[in-house]
Design a protein around this ligand. Structure first.
Ligand code: 6PG
Length: 258
């Protein structure tokens, strides 16, 4: 393990800055493990939602290896997605496809604990289907909100998170749990958990690496008026942690990591 200096803030949201992308993946895997272990002190299955893109892939690959592979009680966990591109699961753009290859195929986990956001149906119907699945798992009445134990998120250079894009209120001003949206890179139909669902989660982890995200990281933490989706989530009353590598944190001017 890389022993470079790690900065961990006492602020809320918590900010964790690692020297390298590898060190960050290892830190995040460790927090993942600790979050699961802590949650195991309560009864019931544990719900985790993953995101897509390239950033979480090193962490997914680490979780697929000992000690995480062997020490995490995978069979007590249900895996969901925060968002998905509506492409076939074997398409390189599929979030499920990437997670399957890096992580899920290697885990001792029952297949029926994995809940891809994939559907051959129209985006509208696919969103309703996923809501139906959540209603069943969380045993919810229509007006209640699913309570995820942990949702892992990334951000885009444009300030989106999951598939909640700035200037699109579809997934923000809503009582829905899952909505269809179109956009992003690749510019395809997508499903996303909505802002109310993300806000309700017990733990949110943002995983952000690379210089290309540094400008947006600074905007999120230093420009309060921007109203970006990750800023709305920073206001959550639950646990929010940002895992940044040095590059992603390089334009922060306030000393946040104290
Ligand atoms: C998606 C995402 C998205 C992602 C960010 C970061 O499916 O597009 O879940 O919100 O987390 O765009 O993507 P990168 O890690 O590829 O930069």
């Amino acid at each position: 393990m890389n022993t470079g200096k790690i900065l961990i803030s006492k602020s809320k949201p918590q900010i964790i800055i690692a020297k390298t992308e590898e060190q960050l993946a290892s830190l995040c895997a460790n927090f993942f493990y600790r979050t699961i272990v802590e949650r195991m002190t309560e009864p019931g299955r544990i719900s985790v939602a993953l995101s897509g893109g390239s950033t979480p892939r090193p962490m997914h690959r680490l979780l697929a290896m000992p000690p995480y592979l062997t020490d995490i009680p995978w069979n007590q966990i249900d895996i969901y997605w925060a968002d998905e591109r509506l492409v076939p699961p074997n398409d390189p753009a599929s979030n499920y496809g990437a997670a399957k290859k890096d992580l899920l195929d290697h885990l001792p986990i029952q297949k029926d604990h994995i809940h891809p956001m994939c559907s051959p149906h129209s985006p509208g119907r696919a969103a309703e289907e996923y809501e139906g699945l959540l209603a069943e798992y969380f045993e919810l009445e229509p007006k209640a909100l699913p309570l995820f134990d942990l949702i892992i998120l990334g951000i885009g250079q444009d300030g989106h998170t999951a598939s909640i894009f700035p200037n699109d209120r579809t997934a923000i001003d809503t009582g829905r749990w899952v909505v269809p949206v179109k956009g992003g890179t690749p510019d395809v139909h997508r499903l996303t958990l909505t802002m109310p669902v993300l806000l309700k989660a017990r733990h949110l982890f943002f995983l952000v690496t690379g210089r290309s995200k540094a400008e947006m990281v600074r905007t999120i933490f230093e420009q309060d008026s921007a109203g970006l989706p990750p800023q709305l989530l920073n206001a959550s009353s639950n646990q929010v942690a940002w895992f940044l590598d040095k590059e992603a944190a390089s334009l922060l001017t306030k000393n946040l990591a104290e």
